[in-house]
Design a protein around this ligand. Sequence first.
Ligand SMILES: NC(=O)c1ccc[n+]([C@@H]2O[C@H](COP(=O)([O-])OP(=O)(O)OC[C@H]3O[C@@H](n4cnc5c(N)ncnc54)[C@H](O)[C@@H]3O)[C@@H](O)[C@H]2O)c1
Length: 242
Amino acid sequence: MISLSKKIIVTGSNRGIGYAICKRLIDDGFNIIMVDYDSDVANTARKIKTGNNSAEGVVCDVSDYNSCQKAFENYKGDDIYGIVNNAGINRDTLFKNMTYQEWDAVIKTDLYSVFNITKVFIDSMIKNNCGRIVNVSSASWQGNIGQANYAAAKAGIIGFTKTLARELGKYNIKTNAIIPGFIKTPMTDSVPENIREKFIDKIPLKKIGLPEDVANAVSFLMNEKSKYINGALIDVGGGLVL
Ligand SMILES: NC(=O)c1ccc[n+]([C@@H]2O[C@H](COP(=O)([O-])OP(=O)(O)OC[C@H]3O[C@@H](n4cnc5c(N)ncnc54)[C@H](O)[C@@H]3O)[C@@H](O)[C@H]2O)c1
């Protein structure tokens, strides 16, 4: 049984996959800290809270190192059990048309954020000799037309995950990554119908995934049952990439 004091921080959690992860972790008995740059996150946290579990919302731009340090200066000694680095954006366009701003925004949000947030809590996790880090990558990490920025960030997350798995295993901290395929969220709702159809056709299960499918995998990686899993990439894509 999970100690009620155990807290998990989830970035990018005001909607989509991050929100579903929070809902699932609350059901699992964890306390959660929802982080988002959407100022509505405090409200969302109030609504998601059930029973004895605590849920708090922290407004923070996770792409910015100083904002992360400032937002969490009071949490540093806290009993943080887990981190889910989920926040991400895309700015898709062919590389020949990609601006520096589109490159920079995606690398900072999708990759630097993982450094920024993990850095805040890592010392206390090492001190506690316990912890779980789950990084949300993407099937696009292997390269995808129109996503040079996104693929670079998501591939970077995998290198980061495997390195932390090697460095932190001795402190009983397990670091793993989730590789979602095509999941129904506000991020993918804007994908034009013809491209959506092409994606579905490439998925052996012939349907797009739900945020809850990703949340279930995160739940497993936070659970005692996954205690010997470290440095793994868990694919949640219905077989999109095999
Ligand atoms: N939806 C998919 O098909 C899919 C597939 C593969 C990977 N992913 C990854 O899953 C994660 C979640 O995606 P989603 O589909 O739920 O996206 P989404 O756009 O629906 O939600 C992203 C959330 O992150 C927040 N956010 C964005 N930038 C932020 C920042 N700088 N600081 C704080 N919060 C920030 C947004 O406000 C939003 O609440 C992302 O990392 C995404 O790359 C999604």
